[in-house]
Design a protein. Structure first.
Length: 190
């Protein structure tokens, strides 16, 4: 499962709710090399990420917030082999597309919230880089507009729905094997 959205759109909160509802859901902890938050990541070095990349073991890698992140095939495979449903947090459409190289039925969920919600949530959780997160919100909006015909299984406004409502909608979409469809992105992001 892919949860795509800007900072503050609820990826962590909704993932917690998903794992509460159904224990087979598991946050995929991306590889991370660099400063900042450590919870929810497998810390490593830039050299290790580069080695995995050279070996063809990465599904996707990106840099943001002065750090480098990667989604490795083995990490996803380990969760799947354990009977878990990996929940990947994404902030780039190209990343959400790239992980499709791993043979799994990917449910693609677009989480959206207005800029004011991102700012408020970022301040409320004590982020020290609120300005950087606001910048990334704008980048995410532009990314969506540049890929406005990208198909999504589900689109949720997390400033309107509670984390519980969002998680239940995701579980329902997963159980129905809902196909990914293009959405009216311009209407969603304004």
């Amino acid at each position: 499962m892919i949860l795509y959205g800007p900072p503050g759109s609820g990826k962590d909160t909704i993932t917690s709710e998903l794992t509460r509802l159904r224990p087979e859901f598991a946050l995929f902890e991306r590889l991370k090399a660099g400063p900042g938050r450590t919870t929810g990541y497998r810390l490593t070095t830039p050299d290790h990420i580069e080695e995995l990349s050279q070996a063809g073991e990465l599904l996707y890698r990106n840099a943001r917030y002065d750090a480098e992140y990667a989604i490795d095939r083995q990490g996803v495979a380990a969760l799947v082999e354990d009977g878990r449903v990996p929940v990947l947090h994404m902030g780039q459409v190209v990343g959400a597309t790239a992980v499709a190289a791993f043979p799994l039925h990917w449910v693609r969920v677009l989480l959206w919230c207005p800029l004011a919600t991102t700012e408020s949530r970022s301040i409320g959780r004590g982020d020290k880089d609120v300005d950087a997160r606001v910048k990334v919100w704008h980048e995410t909006r532009e990314d969506l507009l540049a890929h406005e015909y990208e198909p999504w299984t589900l689109t949720l406004r997390t400033d309107v729905l509670s984390p519980s409502e969002s998680a239940r909608a995701i579980v329902e979409a997963l159980s129905q094997s809902a196909p990914a469809e293009p959405r009216n992105i311009r209407e969603l992001v304004g």
